[in-house]
Write a protein that binds this ligand. Structure first.
Ligand code: PLP
Length: 370
């Protein structure tokens, strides 16, 4: 029986990659804002419809650097329902995370809950566009303005997604992307920060290169988070096929939805109003009416060679590494607690075969049948 994993990376053509590698070998320019790096920044800005983008060696370093670029301190309000990197980036900056509950309809942070969590130490909000569905960005903008807070989006899931006709990454003070192998667009490892001004881009570009401005000038205690030429070249090739890759994901996504939409006790994510959705994940929510609970379904799928993922489970606020934070700042999260116990992400990637989806759906429809 073939093993099916939750995701598979999209790789560019090896022949074309070797052509690019030959150019790199010829120029001997392998890192530090080389020609492929700069071309990928240009092409990504163009593709996404954003003004300034800075490439990073991964999304986590982009998050860490974004907080440093805006000089964020004190407390930052964020979601417990995300990948642990979101909150780890706060800890790396000596910031106290404060968790606010999410909406049960889109899994994104709830604006009223954020408002209740604001104290005189709050300096910023770090929301996540979970599975690529946009946060309540109008509500967040208003709140950030009212309380004079910075807004930094973890847009790791939101490659290519639009909101009100423009890139989702144009919202907030800064927006972060991840180009990890498991994401819709990948550079093996990689990430980026989208910013709005030349000055901010320059600041971020210095920060990702130790804070160096020129031979004699270091302005910040920056980190080394540069993307190298080999990964940028790989990324340029993957960018050429991104629309095709997303179109294939869409077919798979719609097949899943067609098959799963009428099963008692299985709820699906509503993406009907998302502009230019990227079909990055296929989450479903196992409710009481379903004959099994989520973990039972997860294990039955596994016993038949299907490796789904409980993404996100557990909540970040429940990890023991966060247990030293004042419990008032990491409790009262009823929606998140309920969703984390019911979510299951099914295998989703551009090359997933229609028969694989049928095999998975058949198990979900008849989980107790051998
Ligand atoms: C993948 C991911 C990250 C981290 O990105 P890396 O490139 O793996 O460092 C951060 N936040 C979210 C929500 C993610 O899914």
């Amino acid at each position: 029986m073939d093993k099916i994993y939750v995701t598979k990376p999209t790789l560019p053509s090896l022949d074309k990659f070797v052509e690019y590698l030959s150019q790199i070998w010829e120029s001997e320019y392998i890192t530090n804002a080389g020609p492929f790096h700069n071309k990928l920044e240009e092409e990504l800005a163009d593709y996404l419809g954003v003004k300034y983008i800075s490439l990073f060696s991964n999304g986590t370093l982009a998050l860490i650097t974004a907080l440093q670029a805006l000089d964020i301190k004190g407390e930052v309000i964020t979601t417990p329902y995300s990948f642990v990197a979101t909150t780890n980036s706060l800890i790396w900056n000596g910031i106290t995370p404060v968790f606010a509950d999410i909406n049960s309809y889109d899994c994104n942070i709830n604006v009223s809950r954020i408002k209740e969590a604001i104290t005189d130490k709050t300096t910023a909000i770090m929301p996540v566009h979970v599975y690529g569905t946009p946060c309540d960005m109008e509500g967040l903008d208003k709140l950030a303005e009212e309380y004079n807070l910075k807004l930094i989006y973890d847009g790791a899931h939101a490659f290519g997604i639009k909101h009100r006709g423009q890139s989702i990454h144009n919202y907030g003070d800064l927006s972060i992307l991840s180009f990890h192998a498991t994401k819709v667009f990948n550079t093996i490892e990689g990430g980026a920060i989208v910013s709005h001004t030349k000055e901010m881009k320059t600041k971020i570009d210095n920060l990702k290169n130790f804070g160096i401005v020129d031979e004699l000038t270091v302005v910040d205690s920056g980190i080394n988070a540069k993307m190298n030429e080999v990964q940028a070249a790989y990324g340029l090739l993957n960018l050429k096929s991104i629309d095709e890759n997303i179109a294939k994901r869409k077919v798979a996504y719609e097949k899943y939805t067609y098959e799963l939409k009428d099963i008692d006790g299985i709820e699906l994510l509503d993406i009907s109003s998302v502009e230019d959705y990227n079909y990055g994940y296929y989450p479903l929510f196992v409710k009481e009416k379903y004959p099994l609970n989520r973990d039972e379904l997860y294990h039955i799928l596994m016993s038949r060679g299907i490796f789904s993922r409980r993404y996100f489970y557990p909540l970040i606020s429940d990890f023991p590494i966060y247990s030293n934070i004042d419990s008032a700042k990491r409790s009262n999260l009823p929606n998140a607690a309920q969703i984390t116990e019911s979510v299951l992400c099914l295998p989703m990637y551009s090359e997933i075969e229609s028969e694989t989806i049928e095999r998975i759906v058949a198990i979900i429809k008849n989980p107790c049948q051998e």
